[in-house]
Every structure is written in C-alpha cells, then in structure tokens.
Ligand binder design. Structure first.
Ligand SMILES: *Cc1c(COP(=O)(O)O)cnc(C)c1O
Ligand code: SF4
Length: 353
C-alpha cells in the first residue's frame, strides 16, 4: 500500500500500517507529550513497521520517551539564554540562528528541540520576521545567518524566497545556511520553486542536510540532493550519533560514503543532546570517539565529519573527537597513525619561533 498523507497521530500510523494497533494503545501518553509526523515517503520505507529498525527507531514513538532523566533539559543546548529577539539565537559573535517556524516534515523522536518544535508552535508573523531581520541588519558582525527551526524548507517557496532576498540585501551577511531534514524526509518537496527560492545574487547559500542512516538516502532523496547541488548550492551534512541507529562503524562508513557520493560533505557528527526522554538514544562520548577513530582508517578524508558536543547551558559546540598527537614543544611529540602505530615527531629547534 502506498501512503499518500503524512501520519500525524497514532491512528494515522496504524492506518498506514506502520504501527500495530496494540502498540498504539500503549503509546497514548507519548503522543500527548510529543508531536508525531511521518511523511508518506518514509511511511513506505519504515522497515515494514519494525520499531527497532533504523528508520522506525528514529520516527516511531516509544514508551521510553516517557523516561525523563534528571540530567535532561527542556532547552538542552541553551537557546533561550541567547535569544535577544523572537526567532533569533545569537551565541557566537559572527553568526545567528534565524528560526522562522516550528514545523518539521517529520518529528524525530530524539529531537534536541523537541519541547519547542511541533504543530502547536507558531511561525514568526510578518512583524516578528521584520524585527528579526532588523536585528541582523543592525549588527555588522553577523556574517552568517543559519535558517533553522523547525525546518526552513517547510516554508512556502514564496516566503522562503522573501527571507533569502531580505538577507541577500544585507551587505555584511556573506553566508546563509539552511539546516533541513526535507531532502531525506520529503524529497518530493525539493522542486524548481524551492530551488529557485534559494538563489541569491550576492550571498553564498549553503544547505546542511540532516541524515543519520544510509537507508535515508533513497533514490528520491539522492535526486533531491542532486537538484540542489546542480543549482550550485554547496551541501554539507549533520548526523546525530544514535544508539541502535548508527552507533556502528560499518553503518557510519556506509552513511558518510553515500553522502559524499551524493555530493554532500559530512560536516558534523553530533553527540546526542540531553533532550527529555532520549536516554535510550544516547551513547557515551568514549564510544563516539572509538567510532570516529575507527573511521579514520576506513574512509577518505572527504568522508570524515567533526564529532561535536553542544555543551549544555548554551556554551556552544566543542569538538570531542580523538587526539592523535601527544607531547609538547620541550619534550617533543608522539603522533599516532591510522593503524594505531605511534611515531616520534621532533620538538621545535632551539631558538626557533
Ligand atoms: C550550532 C550553532 C551554530 C552554528 O555553529 P557552527 O559550528 O558554525 O556550525 C550557531 N549558533 C548556534 C546558537 C548554534 O547552536
Ligand atoms: S527535523 Fe530537526 S528540528 Fe525537526 S524534529 Fe527532527 S531533529 Fe527536531
């Protein structure tokens, strides 16, 4: 059976054959707490409804989401502490997030903004959007604007084009970056109108696609990415390290190869944030480092993302990948190769700079 509509409830998931009716009965409280959406594209590929499969685990609600741990936070990366006007998060001097809407094509069960996104959350109205653009216009240090949300590619192409044009007209904004799940969750949405909306005359527009498993890179998703790349928009990826989905060297290898093959440069591998009810998805940073270390020898440099942790409390991202160099300028260094063998490297010559 081919799905035609996005499932937005437990009943919708059951009707689409993605959820067993008896499971739906047990998940009422989860559905009350967190939004559900699975696009037709993904409903047809949900591993036959296997809730433990790499897609089912990402998109189908689970009772484990009700297990909230004391270290988990409603605002895990501290957006609120850095929001000077509605829709703007300004944490680093040279770049801001612009969150124009809260809607996403799908609601990922591990979402770091899960308390903020969803159908209840509103989009910026025209006056609020104008105020957010005024904030950017008034700050010459803002070099990059990151459209996120929610998902900016859920905006109607006309509204998206208006935002891109508004930013394009700001002389100090050099880069507009969009973070989106649409190319993998709803690839049919990437049509000529959307691609045209991303055209700017003076600003570089980049797209970061959120993708966590090679099974998400379907033929349709790959052709959506090709349409974007063919329009001259550079593509990077962000992946969340998720237990039971991609915490495996072979899966990560296949994912990063498939992304590079689709002209997408792996950018970040995110350590899972402390979002409420997501403990079942988190790994330990030591395990993450081990996986990243094993990739070093398995895949080309093009396929290597930076492993990052968003420090709780709003302190920004820190790279937490493995170190390959030990020592200092006095004693000299030991550097490790991709096979794990260690080699001496000399300290600086005496008197040198
Ligand atoms: C992640 C993030 C950015 C972008 O960080 P990069 O390292 O440039 O990708 C910018 N602002 C905020 C608030 C963020 O959370
Ligand atoms: S698409 Fe991004 S913002 Fe939306 S639910 Fe998924 S992780 Fe959260």
């Amino acid at each position: 059976m081919k799905s035609t509509a996005t499932a937005r409830s437990l009943d919708g998931l059951v009707a689409a054959g993605a959820l067993a009716p008896e499971r739906a009965a047990a998940l009422g409280r989860v559905a009350e707490r967190y939004a559900i959406a699975v696009t037709p594209h993904l409903l047809d590929r949900l591993d036959g409804g296997d809730p433990a499969g790499p897609l089912g685990r990402q998109y189908l609600p689970s009772e484990q989401e009700l297990e909230i741990r004391p270290e988990e936070l409603a605002d895990p990366i501290g957006d609120d502490a850095h929001s000077p006007v509605k829709g703007i998060v300004h944490r680093y001097p040279d770049r801001v997030l612009l969150k124009a809407l809260h809607a996403c094509p799908v609601y990922c069960r591990f979402c770091f903004r899960r308390e903020m996104v969803g159908p209840g959350g509103d989009a910026l109205d025209p006056a609020e959007l104008a105020a957010a653009l005024d904030y950017i216009r008034a700050r010459e240090e803002v070099w990059e604007v990151i459209l996120t949300g929610g998902d900016p590619l859920m905006l109607a192409p006309r509204r998206l084009a208006g935002i891109v044009a508004g930013l394009d007209a700001v002389p100090h904004v050099g880069v507009v970056r969009l973070h989106s799940r649409v190319p993998v969750a709803d690839p049919g949405r990437i049509d000529d109108a959307v691609v045209a909306a991303l055209k700017a005359s003076d600003t570089a527009v980049w797209l970061a696609v959120h993708c966590n498993h090679p099974d998400e890179l379907t033929a349709e998703a790959r052709s959506a990415l090709a349409r974007i790349a063919d329009a001259g928009i550079p593509l990077v990826s962000q992946t969340v390290l998720l237990r039971g989905v991609n915490d495996d060297a072979a899966v990560l290898e296949a994912l990063f190869r498939a992304l590079v093959r689709a002209r997408v440069k792996p950018y970040y591998l995110h350590h899972g944030d402390l979002a409420p009810g997501t403990a079942h998805f988190r790994t330990d940073p030591a395990r993450g480092r081990e996986l990243v270390r094993s990739l070093r020898g398995r895949v080309s440099g093009l396929c290597q993302p930076t492993y990052v942790l968003d420090i709780p409390g709003g302190h920004g991202k820190a790279p937490i990948g493995p170190d390959y160099l030990e020592g200092d300028a006095e004693a000299g260094y030991v550097v490790e190769d991709y096979r794990g063998n260690r080699h001496a490297y000399p300290p600086k010559p005496p008197g040198g700079a």
